[in-house]
Design a protein. Structure first.
Length: 346
């Protein structure tokens, strides 16, 4: 599927995969193994002699560590979303080595799992590489060669935990968007009060969302659609068209090697554009999502929520931020529960 062109790896169109299929859906996952000594050396070289290395919220180790989440993420897609045409994993010259895992758990799998290097999605913008910034990478992901018009984006800590159908992500050719309405003015005030640390603006997810609103316009001055940590349905053509009409914006948003408060979240931008359309497919409830974080003071809460979910399963997907920060015994408990929920051996 891969070949070289002027020294840059690109992919074939894979048009044969879509033969006989109407409106295919691909999945895009961003992934990094931050313990890779090559990646660590590269990252520290760009952090050296900067203030950034002091800030965990900008370039902290937890943003790059991997504890094997990618296997659960991919396995859950294959188990619960078998209609997906192909899975793309965007990496920086890395390989998650999923062959043995897939052969063991999905010996009859027909969904290609492909590795896409940063050089592919940043082609024409190679001067912005290397990058260690998820927002910069997400801004470029629609440029994957052969990507379907309809695609779903996941971080590697997003896990589907129940069967899904194409209609859960797209209806009548439009994305289904999960989230909730928030008052823009209230959220801006909260950010003003809580969005700084030691006199500097912190690159928070909420700030990224608010930064996207000026490019949406309309009524977002008073309310906006808050993006959740869930699989996000997107349309490639709308992203292409938007950046064509805003020259320079794509490069500017992807130009930061590390997280920066001046960036905007591209998924929020396009989901808020969708929310302003006539009759958008909005899912305003959050019952679809089991969202977990490693509470340092009360780690038992994670176990309690997992046990409650096991007793009364009702969620479609799960997100666990910074799984590496969880106490090892609780992390093993969660991963064991997740493996049993998906039906895999890791």
């Amino acid at each position: 599927m891969f070949f070289e062109s002027d020294g840059v790896p690109v992919m074939s169109s894979d048009s044969e995969l879509s033969a006989g299929m109407e409106e295919p859906i691909d999945v895009v996952i961003t992934w990094v193994d931050g313990d890779d000594p090559v990646i660590r050396k590269k990252r520290f070289r760009y952090l050296e002699n900067t203030e950034l290395e002091k800030f965990d919220d900008t370039a902290g180790e937890t943003r790059y560590r991997s504890v094997g989440e990618i296997k659960y993420c991919v396995g859950a897609i294959l188990r619960f979303a078998p209609f997906v045409r192909q899975i793309f994993i965007i990496t920086d010259n890395q390989d998650p080595h999923l062959e043995e895992f897939l052969a063991k758990n999905f010996p009859d799998n027909a969904i290609p799992v492909k590795i896409v290097d940063h050089k592919v999605v940043f082609r024409g913008y190679e001067h912005l590489l290397p990058t260690f910034n998820a927002v910069s990478i997400e801004s470029m992901m629609f440029r994957i060669p052969g990507l379907s018009e309809r695609f779903v984006f996941l971080n590697d800590d997003f896990f589907i935990i129940a069967p899904v159908k194409p209609e859960d992500w797209f209806q009548n050719g439009r994305p289904v968007i999960y989230g909730c309405w928030r008052n823009t003015l209230v959220e801006k005030f909260r950010l003003l009060v809580h969005g700084t640390k030691d006199g500097r603006k912190v690159p928070l997810f909420k700030r990224y969302m608010l930064n996207a609103l000026p490019y949406v316009g309309g009524r977002t001055w008073w309310r906006f659609w808050r993006t959740l940590h869930v699989p996000l349905a997107l349309l490639k053509s709308e992203m292409e068209d938007f950046y064509d009409k805003h020259p320079g914006l794509l490069e500017r948003n992807a130009s930061y090697r590390f997280r920066d408060y001046r960036q905007f979240n591209p998924q929020t931008l396009f989901h808020n554009k969708e929310a302003q359309r006539k009759n958008p497919a909005l899912r305003e409830r959050t019952e679809y999502q089991l969202y977990l974080q490693p509470w340092p003071k009360h780690p038992e809460r994670v176990r309690e929520r997992i046990e409650a979910e096991t007793a009364h399963p009702r969620f479609t997907w799960c997100c666990f931020n910074s799984l590496d920060l969880m106490p090892s015994q609780d992390r093993d408990f969660f991963l064991d529960w997740l493996a049993r929920r998906i039906g895999i051996e890791v």
